[in-house]
Every structure is written in C-alpha cells, then in structure tokens.
Design a protein around this ligand. Structure first.
Ligand code: NI
Length: 165
C-alpha cells in the first residue's frame, strides 16, 4: 500500500466524470488499498478515486474514522436508488483543505454498489453516513460540495471557535 497525492480544487481531474469499473483486477485492488490508506492518513471520512487522480467510479467511506480499518465501505459503481428527508450541516473535503460550508443533503439514502468482490450490495444509510455517500458520489460526476453549498466557504479553524462560546 502507498499514500497517494490528494488532488486539490483547481485540478481539472476533479471536474471530470468517472468511468464504470467493469472488473476487479490487481491494479484496482491496489488503488482501493491506497485510497483507504490515504483517507485514514488525511483523517477524512471519505475519498473518491478522482481525488487521487483516477477517473474510476470508486469511493471509500468510513464515518468511524477514530477506529481506522474497522468498518470501511468500499463502493464500486455506486448509485443512489432512494433518498428522503433533509439534513443541513457543515461539510468539508480533502480536496478543499481547511475549508467548510453548509450543505443540505438527504437524511436517508439507499445506495446500490458493488463491493471489492464485485458482488452487488444494497445498503441504507442515514445522517453522517448518508451525507458522506452523497458527497463522494458527487465527486464521481465532477461535482464539489462548494458547488452545492448554501453559504460561502468558511475557514474550518474559525468555525471551531464559533462552536466554543
Ligand atoms: Ni470531497
């Protein structure tokens, strides 16, 4: 496994549409392992393949980032089948370091994807997990959260002080 360089906003690759993964092979296995390592290293809750410069429909998510590798989700060719409810909250992205902004997302989604064995999985997710799925799937379409944010980008450090009071 190896850490990969995280592409940052301004890099054209983050704006491209990703391609469907047709089969699992050694190269893709390595990519997935590297994505997990890179996500945990950066203390993110999710990472999409284009963020490490690969235009494949693969995302990794682990909202329980305090316990790395315990329960990571690897979603290949993910599609949202259902979404309902609403949650509004701050979101950040490893490709837009140090910034956050408020984004409204569905509170519940049902997602269909293929796992590492290319087996189809249908999963229901709520709250932060649902938010992470929506955020990461947007990356596969070349969409960044700042495109869909309600408010302006804020400094993540300042936001922490706002919460203190
Ligand atoms: Ni992101």
């Amino acid at each position: 496994m190896a850490l990969r360089q995280i592409r940052v906003d301004g890099d054209d690759i983050l704006r491209k549409k990703c391609k469907v993964v047709k089969e699992m092979n050694e190269r893709t296995e390595t990519l997935i392992d590297d994505m997990l390592e890179t996500m945990y290293d950066a203390q993110g809750v999710g990472l999409a393949a284009p963020q490490v410069g690969v235009l494949k429909r693969i995302v990794v998510i682990d909202v329980d980032y305090e316990n790395p590798y315990e329960n990571p989700y690897v979603m290949i060719n993910p599609v949202i089948l259902e979404s309902d409810g609403e949650q509004c909250g701050d979101e950040g992205c490893l490709s837009i370091p140090g910034k956050i902004a408020e984004v409204t997302r569905p509170n519940r989604v049902v997602v269909k994807y293929q796992d590492r064995e290319m087996k189809e999985v249908i999963l229901e997710a709520t709250e932060l997990f649902a938010r992470a799925i929506c955020h990461e799937l947007d990356h596969l379409e070349g969409i960044l959260y700042k495109d869909v944010a309600e408010g302006p980008l804020r400094d993540a450090d300042e936001a922490m002080y706002e919460d203190e009071e």
